[in-house]
Design a protein around this ligand. Structure first.
Ligand code: ATP
Ligand code: MG
Length: 423
């Protein structure tokens, strides 16, 4: 059984498609369905429909007809982003369409699969923003941060056509090289990067980072721990800012602490991915992390919660607790001990080892969510119960909601549902 989790109040955006190639239309519909619903049109309507966020127009041979449509649309709906689906490349047409106000071009069929990423990155660049930064964070260790960061980064590599870098900041001994089976190699480290920071041009930066066979770039920790002594928060920010100028997505495996270095990472992040397990101690740690991020003034929208090792029997109690965190975007990753452990033993990523698995699909969905804001998040499999510890969870949850309960976690009662609601 599969289930799509609600993702707060976000609704699908509306896109219009002009063109008669049914196969292409269907491919585009599928490629953008997690963010847009697509309506097909043959001609530009006299009255422009409300709430259109995107227009896609096919171009094959007849450039004049497409330019005429672009003209009409921009007269009716100033500022609506128009993208042309190029079934055929014609430099004169591209120059003229660009001149008329078309925002971008998608080469068909090659780029249809990554269309959301292309739209997203073009939009960011237009707003003067650089690549996305997603930090995987938890105050409790061992919850799956590295396993998720590494595998999700590999999906992001596909989405960004190779412009994703994974940065290991889980000091002093990160595991990303282990998960990527790159431990034996001479890896470029943070200190090499800092050393070269002022000398980098675009070509050099790509050549000066290690690369996994999947195309994912890796910036690892130095093997010599003493090299970390000179790292500080400002330097970390400089590194992240440099990376996001060249990469569409920067994924960071953070340490389980609130050091200056970790907070500097979170400061620079578009997505703070809080990783949790369905256990009392892990959920308490998430609660604390949320309180701290709010005190530090991070945008609530940047928080994304991933409940790792979920089973279908984690039950309503867990749902209540997760709801109470008031994080809009919640994704679940199924418990797949064999998948994770055997892929690690084989030195493979999950998408190589078990491409058809539910877990791999979930990780891919999360990558899309982090990169494109896609809404399709979860695929939760049916599996046997392991719902021990629910009573403890219940007791903790009640305590959290009791004013003056002495809980160290400093939760504002307004942030949580009442204990009665769950007992
Ligand atoms: N969804 C999952 N199902 C089953 N096992 C998982 C899942 N996610 C992670 N694991 C396993 O849990 C263990 C811990 O994962 P991982 O090393 O990623 O945690 P971590 O949070 O990075 O830990 P640390 O604090 O040591 O850095 C690993 O053996 C990993 O294979
Ligand atoms: Mg780790």
């Amino acid at each position: 059984m599969s289930q799509v989790l609600p993702t707060g109040s976000i609704a699908l955006k509306q896109a219009l498609y002009f063109g008669g190639d049914e196969d292409l239309k269907e491919a585009v519909r599928v490629a953008i369905m997690s963010k847009y619903s697509l309506e097909s049109m043959q001609e530009v309507p006299h009255i422009w429909p409300d709430d259109i966020s995107l227009v896609l127009i096919e171009f094959n041979q007849n450039g004049d007809a497409v330019l005429e449509q672009v003209n009409q649309i921009l007269t009716l709906a100033k500022g609506v982003p128009i993208y042309v689906l190029l079934k055929h490349k014609d430099a004169d047409f591209i120059i003229e369409a660009n001149h008329q106000g078309v925002q971008g071009f998608i080469e068909c069929p090659n780029e249809v699969f990554t269309i959301l990423s292309i739209l997203h990155m073009q939009d960011r660049r237009r707003q003067g923003k650089n690549g996305n930064v997603s930090s995987f964070f938890s105050l409790k260790g061992g919850v799956g941060r590295t396993a998720l960061a590494t595998n999700i980064a590999s999906h992001l590599t596909e989405l960004t056509e190779g412009r994703t870098v994974l940065v290991d900041l889980n000091m002093p001994l990160g595991d990303t090289a282990l998960y990527l089976n790159m431990e034996g190699q001479r890896l470029y480290s943070l200190t090499d990067f800092i050393y070269n920071l002022n000398r980098f041009d675009e070509n050099l930066i790509y050549k000066s980072l290690s690369r996994h066979e999947s195309g994912l770039y890796l910036l690892s920790l130095p093997t010599e721990v003493s090299e970390l002594d000179n790292l500080n928060g400002e330097l970390i920010k400089t590194i992240i800012q440099a990376l996001r100028r060249y990469y569409d997505h920067v994924v960071i495996d953070c340490a389980s602490d609130l050091s200056d270095l970790t907070l500097s990472c979170l400061d620079e992040s578009d997505n703070i991915v809080l990783v949790a397990e369905p256990s009392l101690s892990s959920l308490r740690a998430v609660n604390t992390a949320i309180q701290i991020t709010q005190k530090l003034g991070y945008l609530r929208e940047s928080l994304k919660l991933v409940v790792n090792r979920s089973t279908s029997h984690d039950d309503e109690m867990l749902d209540e607790v997760v709801d109470a965190f008031k994080v809009d975007t919640v994704a679940r990753v199924a418990n797949d001990y064999l998948g994770f452990n055997n892929s690690l033993k084989e030195g493979l990523l999950l998408k190589q080892f078990k491409p058809q698995s539910v877990v791999n699909q979930q990780l891919n969905n999360i990558a899309n969510m982090l990169h494109n804001g896609s809404l399709r998040l979860d695929v939760v499999p049916e599996s046997p119960s392991k719902a021990g510890g629910q009573n403890l969870l219940k007791t903790w949850f009640k305590k959290l909601n009791r004013p003056g309960s002495g809980s160290k976690s400093d939760v504002k009662p307004g942030n949580l549902k009442t204990a009665e609601a769950v007992s």
